[in-house]
Write a protein that binds this ligand. Structure first.
Ligand SMILES: [Zn+2]
Ligand SMILES: [Zn+2]
Ligand SMILES: [Zn+2]
Length: 304
């Protein structure tokens, strides 16, 4: 008959020496028992009362770190930096996740959040920042495409919505409008322009409508928007506008109306990113009649 006993068959000794107790007390811990193997002790933290396994070597030769107290400090740093702790990054021991006041999840280095908690630097949400910069560009009739290819922190890459031209512009100049398009020049806000509605039929058969403005809608369609020349695309309607500035303002108003009243008709960019060189302002074809009516109303205004 076999007989097993957990107490006597432990694969490591259970003795706790008095000088270990003394060392533990001096370093802020109590020893509960030996665990895992002959090298480990289960320590109880005098600060937080929770336990962790520590190597005997670490206890005797340096200062054991309570992982619960460390996490509490990370949480305190997060709170002081205006963030909500959302747990460590399992991929990298220097990083954790935090919820920003805007609700976005940020992955940040502990050190960075600590500096932010001390007021040395700011934790910025790059999603919100990007959104803000996109709005700035959009207000000037441009689209933010990405970071500066020359890696200047003060510059970004933008695309002119009116002509499709891509160029690098200092963000400060985008904010104030103090720059000119390299393709259509200084005069686009004053030059005559057009609002347009275009239709695209994707390879999948899906029909989409784009509303925009341009000095030359036909050239915009043929030479800038299509990624493949053979895509089934046509201009459905254009409305002449006295100036590019008026066209831009009217276009913004129409998109705001469409997004507010027909938000389910806004086509997600992933549907058309393979076919078109645009990232927004594209709708499902059912919206065409609404867009026509809006353009008719503007045409009537312009004529009167
Ligand atoms: Zn602790
Ligand atoms: Zn955000
Ligand atoms: Zn331009």
């Amino acid at each position: 008959m076999t007989h097993t006993s957990t107490a006597t068959s432990a694969a490591f000794p259970l003795t706790i020496h008095p000088h270990w107790h003394a060392a533990a007390e001096a370093k802020g811990f109590g020893i509960l028992q030996r665990v895992k193997d002959r090298y480990h002790l289960l320590l109880s933290c005098h600060t937080c009362r929770r336990t962790h396994a520590s190597k005997i070597f670490v206890l005797m030769n340096s200062q054991p770190q309570c992982p619960h107290c460390i996490e509490a400090r990370w949480r305190d740093d997060a709170t002081a930096a205006g963030l909500e702790w959302a747990g460590r990054d399992p991929e990298d021991r220097h990083y954790a996740h935090y919820i920003a006041p805007c609700g976005h999840n940020l992955r940040r280095q502990f050190e960075m959040v600590k500096r932010a908690a001390e007021g040395v630097c700011d934790v910025r949400c790059e999603l919100c920042q990007q959104h803000k910069e996109q709005e700035e560009a959009s207000a000037q009739g441009w689209e933010l495409i990405g970071p500066d290819p020359n890696r200047n922190q003060n510059y970004r890459l933008y695309q002119h919505q009116a002509c499709g031209h891509v160029q690098r512009i200092a963000r400060a100049n985008m904010q104030t409008g103090r720059f000119a398009c390299g393709q259509c020049g200084e005069d686009w806000p004053a030059a005559p322009s057009y609002l347009y509605a275009m239709q695209f039929r994707l390879a999948s058969g899906l029909r989409l409508v784009k509303l925009g403005f341009s000095r030359n809608p036909d050239s915009r369609l043929r030479h800038q928007l299509l990624k493949h020349r053979d895509l089934d695309a046509k201009i459905l309607k254009t409305v002449p506008m006295a100036t590019g500035q008026l066209a831009l303002q009217a276009e913004k108003r129409l998109h705001a109306k469409l997004q507010a009243g027909f938000s389910d008709q806004v086509a997600p960019p992933e549907l058309y990113s393979d076919a078109l060189r645009v990232r927004s302002e594209v709708y499902f074809a059912d919206t065409a009649q609404v867009i026509f009516a809006m353009l008719d109303a503007i045409e009537a205004e312009e004529d009167s």
